[in-house]
Design a protein around this ligand. Structure first.
Ligand code: C5P
Length: 228
């Protein structure tokens, strides 16, 4: 173990199962959660709310710096945190595909990423943190005790996302989701700042033909091995 407060970094593309695995791991270990994707989504939502252009990097960085957000426990193991922006409950708005698309447009901007660096690191609290994102193991927590890179085919990820959104009564077409996943992959993987790539020490798990229980068992075995 490299730090007194352990950090587990879970990175990977959209729909790879990071969210569910992060929640299960945090519940099992009693650790906190950082949903870094939600922060980028919130910057997009705040920009829309305040009429800030999604191409205006300095205004977005300013918004990101002052982001007034809170995550509150819901008591629901499936969906453990509600998300609040400037006092409004935006848990549902944050999860839409449009919010994901906006997030991936603001995320390539270096000053926006820098503006939420401290906020992200402030989630590292005892007894430990499970951090979910794209650059948790590469940039935000390079000293993480365990690094996992979860991936799956774009088709499998679109189908999972479709089911998740349907379960939350958020309507979207499977084809539109597939297209947006491919578009977001491209943007996230090819951007200059903090591109989505596996950290050098990351364990890579392809979950295309694995059940979520199988993925979780593999992740838990790796993490407990590293935390010993
Ligand atoms: O994980 P989620 O789908 O909520 O992330 C939304 C978008 O936010 C991603 O497509 C990516 O562009 C961006 N993101 C990022 N770095 C992170 C987490 C998310 O660039 N650590």
């Amino acid at each position: 173990m490299t730090s007194t407060i352990p950090v587990i970094a879970i990175d990977g593309p959209s729909g790879s199962g990071k969210g569910v695995i992060t929640q299960r791991l945090a519940t099992t270990l009693g650790f906190h959660i950082l949903d870094s994707g939600a922060l980028y989504r919130l910057i997009g939502l705040a920009a829309r709310k305040h009429g800030v252009n999604l191409e205006d990097e300095s205004a977005l960085a300013d918004l990101a710096e002052k982001l007034d957000v809170s995550f509150k426990p819901t008591g629901d193991a499936e969906d453990p945190l509600s998300i609040w922006l400037e006092g409004d409950n935006v848990t549902r708005d944050v999860r839409t595909d449009e919010a994901g698309m906006d997030a991936s447009k603001v995320a390539p901007m270096a000053s926006v990423r820098e503006a939420i660096g401290l906020l992200q690191r402030s989630f590292k609290q005892a007894p430990g943190l499970v951090a979910d994102g794209r650059d948790m193991g590469t940039v935000v927590f390079p000293d993480a005790d365990a690094k996992i890179y979860l991936t799956a085919s774009a088709e499998a990820r679109a189908e999972r996302r479709y089911k998740q959104l349907k379960d939350k009564d958020i309507s979207v077409s499977l084809h539109a989701l597939f297209t947006s996943i491919r578009e977001r992959d491209e943007r996230d993987m090819t951007r200059k700042v903090a591109p989505l790539i596996p950290a050098s020490a990351a364990a890579i798990i392809d979950s295309t033909s694995l059940s979520i229980d199988e993925v979780f068992d593999q992740v838990l075995a790796i993490v407990t091995g590293r935390l010993d």
